[in-house]
Design a protein around this ligand. Structure first.
Ligand code: AMP
Ligand code: MN
Ligand code: MN
Ligand code: MN
Length: 284
């Protein structure tokens, strides 16, 4: 259970906004040499039993996972939960509540896109949705690529689905306190996902890490698909400064869209505590 273990503790299936099933992801992870795996669908644990069974069938060890959408300092932050009891009633209800506003938000996004000259985006996005409770911006992005409005999903987010652009609908997600407490209350460890992506000021980032720790959060994703080597080094320093453990996860969504494949990430810096050493008794 050292830093050299090929652990991939962040990815998405059709149960949220990925394009592969839990079983297909497990086959791909095992083929890429993953030894310890977690499926971390957005705001949802509906794929956990399938993922765990598929991991076992592929000879991989498994940690339960999810990625909870949180609103902090006016921005959306993602908190990965690992090794919690996926049957715990409090986290299950918390995730139901967190998912709850997605349908209405999607209809508002569609209305804005229609006003910008792109009709029927809600119906179009729905065709990509695997879980009706989990319609996300990613599904809209796939529809806008399919219809030729944009070349790739990155372009969709730049032009349409981010703050200040037509199609962006502000949304209030879970609180940082609740997300961390649902995870830790169910026996898991909470991880700040892909910290380089938030665009916080130094003060806001300091507040995020301080409050996260105060609520019982224990780890930060240092090595992840959207981090450059410099960003990984920077958040390795943050982990040392705040006394946090480190996680490693590709954030893989799709063979066609994701730049980082399952299990192909650089290793964690050796002096950091891998988050999975805190979860030895939760590994299945
Ligand atoms: P939502 O939870 O509906 O706000 O959708 C967020 C999801 O959109 C993230 O989990 C990513 O999968 C995807 N996403 C966000 N920003 C980008 C981007 N710049 N390029 C591609 N996908 C993105
Ligand atoms: Mn996603
Ligand atoms: Mn995320
Ligand atoms: Mn993710």
């Amino acid at each position: 259970m050292t830093a050299a273990l090929n652990a991939d503790l962040h990815c998405h299936s059709v149960v949220s906004d990925g394009t592969l099933t839990p079983e297909q992801l497990a086959v791909r992870a095992a083929a890429n040499g993953v030894q310890l795996w977690a499926l971390t669908d957005h705001d949802e644990v509906g794929g956990q039993a399938r993922a765990q069974a598929a991991a076992q069938a592929q000879g991989m060890r498994y940690l339960t996972g999810c990625e909870i959408s949180v609103t902090f300092a006016g921005k959306t932050v993602h908190i990965v939960g690992l090794g919690f009891d996926a049957e715990d009633p409090a986290i299950r209800q918390g995730l139901v509540d967190t998912r709850g506003g997605r349908g209405e938000r999607a209809r508002e996004m569609s209305a804005q896109l229609a006003a910008a000259g792109i009709p029927d985006a809600y119906e179009g996005a729905l065709r990509y949705v695997g879980n009706p409770e989990l319609i996300s911006r990613t599904h809209f992005a796939r529809f806008l690529v399919e219809t030729g409005v944009c070349r790739d999903t990155g372009e969709v987010f730049r032009r349409f689905l981010t703050e200040g652009k037509p199609g962006f609908v502000p949304h209030r997600w879970a609180s940082l306190r609740n997300a961390v407490q649902w995870i830790t209350g169910a026996g898991g460890q909470a991880v700040i996902a892909h910290p380089a992506r938030y665009g916080f000021t130094p003060n806001e980032e300091w507040a995020l890490f301080s409050e996260f720790k105060a609520h019982g959060g224990t780890a930060v994703e240092v090595v992840t698909g959207s981090h450059t080597a410099a960003e990984a080094a920077r958040y390795a320093d943050t982990a040392r400064e705040f006394g946090l453990a480190a996680s490693r996860g590709s954030d893989f969504h799709s063979p066609d869209e994701s730049h980082m494949d399952l299990g192909r990430l650089p290793p964690l810096p050796e002096d950091l505590t891998p988050v999975w050493t805190l979860l030895a008794d939760r590994i299945r």
